[in-house]
Ligand binder design. Structure first.
Ligand SMILES: [Ca+2]
Ligand SMILES: [Ca+2]
Ligand SMILES: [Ca+2]
Length: 464
């Protein structure tokens, strides 16, 4: 019996929403994210924060929130952050240290952006405040937090020279949204994702799309002065329009940056069906690699989410309907985006598994993955992590093992089949002991939950 870490995440998952009504991450009737300014998980300082839309029995929605303060092992009860009302499509959750912000689209005067924030890691929350409210539509909030800088990008169709068109806007607050820099209108048209570079936090990157009857392309702008000025637009799509009717024509994308290396992904169908395409910059977005095809599946590859851990690992998560019902997929680069692993499945079932978003917490070295699935019959929000959540499930990770080189997990400890250094951690992540092991070495452990790191993998052991 053995527990193996899967490539994309833990084989067990936590049902975060667990309500008899509909719980979704992106609020549309297609149950497919038709834009990408959506992020439902944030992980900082060992706390994991998840936000989603939950419906009531009348079909109204509210924003729900749930957190783990032990890196995803156990979860506090859910909190309802808003009253039941009418919401539009997207929400965004972001953290920095113990600051957490949840922003979302409400139906008001057109569509408006509101937010709540916490400065104590999600224990208590500010009242709901307007983030960007006015006539016409304010949509697609995307947030980057760094120290006291609250960067907001959004899409807005307020009239420009009397013509209503969606543009990308940007503004910044250093007092949690009490005061703001002026609304800074950038380019046409929608679905911005803003990220900063943790090594050079004054460098900001926005991926967005132009989506109208003339053009459907992924676009990019950058700032090197903390959002005061922005570059001209760069066409990530290389002149090629996405095809498909309605929202399927949207080249929805995502972006991630660390130490000047920027990873951008978007979707179009230049290879015959929807695939995830990738470009990489090694000079903070000054210039870009050619377009690299990351997926090659017969079905729709959609909803890409790319993230770097800052230590050379880059992960692409996306959803793919090649098996007929959508799965969450991933592939991993361990050389900062130069080469990529084969496709791997995080989910594998007959339900729709969609709307994936991811955050990485450097304080726990943990990838946190959230998606929605209708496998319960009424849509739930699921969470998993890589390595596995610490002790959320007694049967976690127990599966038959046929790899003789792998350690075996028992109720009393772990038996090794090869030589090396094993490090044993307790439930709170503290190193318990380091052991030099060899084939047939049996390491007996006291009663409790333990994690053994051996040859790059983490094994969970429950000693009863
Ligand atoms: Ca539900
Ligand atoms: Ca495909
Ligand atoms: Ca599925």
């Amino acid at each position: 019996m053995l527990f193996l870490i899967s490539a994309c995440g833990c084989p067990t998952k936590v049902n975060i929403s667990n309500r008899p009504q509909v719980d979704i991450l992106y609020n549309d009737a297609n149950y497919i994210s038709t834009e990408r300014s959506t992020k439902n998980v944030a992980a900082c300082k060992g706390k994991v924060h998840v936000a989603w839309f939950g419906k009531d029995n009348s079909g109204n929605q509210a924003v729900f929130y749930r957190r783990s303060i032990d890196g995803g092992a156990t979860w506090d009860p859910p909190i309802q952050l808003t009253s039941f009302s009418n919401f539009h499509l997207e929400m965004w959750i972001q953290c920095f240290g113990d600051t957490v912000i949840v922003a979302y689209e409400k139906i008001g005067t057109g569509r408006d952006l509101y937010y709540r924030y916490s400065i104590n890691g999600g224990t208590t929350w500010s009242p709901e405040s307007p983030l960007e409210v006015g006539s016409y539509n304010q949509e697609a909030p995307s947030i980057w937090l760094w120290n006291n800088n609250f960067h907001l990008a959004w899409a807005d169709n307020r009239p420009v020279f009397l013509i209503s068109n969606y543009y990308i806007y940007y503004k910044r607050s250093v007092d949690m949204g009490l005061t703001w820099t002026p609304d800074n209108r950038r380019d046409i048209s929608d679905s911005p994702v803003i990220v900063g570079d943790p090594v050079s936090p004054n460098v900001l990157h926005i991926i967005f799309m132009i989506f109208n009857s003339f053009e459907r392309k992924a676009r990019y702008i950058r700032s090197t002065d903390n959002g005061n000025t922005w570059s001209a637009t760069f066409d990530l799509s290389g002149g090629v329009n996405a095809n498909g009717s309605g929202f399927w024509g949207r080249p929805i994308g995502y972006i991630s940056a660390y130490n000047g290396v920027v990873h951008a992904v978007f979707v179009d169908d230049r290879y015959g069906n929807k695939e995830v395409l990738y470009r990489r910059s090694t000079n903070s977005g000054v210039s870009w690699s050619g377009i690299i095809r990351l997926t090659n599946t017969p079905g729709i590859s959609w909803n890409p989410f790319i993230l770097t851990d800052g230590m050379g690992q880059v992960r692409l998560y996306w959803v793919d309907n090649s098996d007929g019902d959508y799965e969450v997929m991933c592939k991993i680069s361990n050389d900062n985006g130069l080469t990529w692993s084969a496709d791997a499945k995080l989910t594998n079932n007959t339900a729709r598994d969609v709307m994936v978003s991811v955050d990485y917490d450097p304080s726990t070295n943990r990838w946190n993955i959230v998606w929605a699935s209708d496998e319960s019959g009424n849509w739930e929000i699921y969470y998993t992590s890589d390595p596995c959540p610490l002790g959320n499930d007694e049967e976690l990770g127990i599966s038959e093992n046929f790899r003789s080189s792998e350690p075996q997990i028992y109720g009393w400890g772990i038996k090794f089949n090869s030589s090396g250094e094993a490090k044993v951690y307790n439930l709170s992540g503290r190193l318990y002991k380091s052991v030099s092991v060899y084939p047939e070495y049996s390491l007996r452990l006291p009663k409790g939950v333990w994690f053994v790191r051996f040859k790059g993998k983490v094994y969970k052991i429950v000693v009863h």
